[in-house]
Write a protein that binds this ligand. Structure first.
Ligand SMILES: Cc1cc2nc3c(=O)[nH]c(=O)nc-3n(C[C@H](O)[C@H](O)[C@H](O)COP(=O)(O)O)c2cc1C
Length: 165
């Protein structure tokens, strides 16, 4: 399948290139597990529903961090500030100890709330839907707050940027 030529093999490089033109904010989705904190950088976060309050994110099915978050049953969405590119890089890595150099405290549901984020959203896992090589995780919001006002970290065409208003 191809967007231009339905008979040809799907061009994954073109998929990445085109979808990279859609800018996203950057979040780190965290959870507390029996063997310590887990977390991964997530750009696929979105609000879904106000009543009931639902949000979603889409982790790769093979992600070790997602497997651990899923096992915990709840998570915290940390919305990164424009000065947290280094935090995003840590949580996009495959490191065994992503929290080694990261300041955090327990959020209301026990998941790590990272120091310096713009806002946090505590959730319990409401549903996990099939999304191809990713899962679509629907979270029910249990608590949320703005931590400080400021600009968000942006991801666009494979690089980091800031909002200029
Ligand atoms: C800006 C940004 C956004 C990302 N968004 C996602 C995402 O929405 N879903 C996903 O599965 N991976 C996403 N990733 C990649 C994961 O963070 C990365 O594969 C994961 O942390 C790997 O660690 P793990 O092996 O411990 O799961 C993103 C990476 C970056 C830099």
């Amino acid at each position: 399948m191809s967007a231009d030529h339905p008979d040809h093999a799907f061009d994954s490089a073109k998929y990445r290139q085109v979808l990279g033109h859609f800018p996203t904010g950057v979040t780190v989705v965290t959870a507390m597990t029996d063997d310590g904190p887990a977390g991964m950088a997530i750009g696929s976060f979105s609000s879904v529903s106000l009543d009931p309050p639902l949000v979603l994110f889409c982790p790769q099915k093979t992600s070790g961090s997602w497997t651990r978050i899923k096992g915990s049953g709840n998570f915290c969405v940390n919305i990164l500030a424009e000065d947290q590119e280094d935090v995003s890089r840590v949580f996009a890595s495959k490191s065994d100890d992503k929290f080694a150099e990261i300041g955090w405290k327990h959020s209301g549901n026990g998941a790590p709330r990272i120091t310096g984020v713009l806002a946090h959203i505590d959730c319990e896992i409401h549903d996990v839907l099939d999304g191809g090589d990713h899962d679509i995780v629907v979270g029910r919001v249990t608590a949320l707050d703005v931590d400080h006002e400021g600009g968000p970290l942006i991801f666009f065409r494979g690089g980091y940027g800031r909002v200029t208003l």
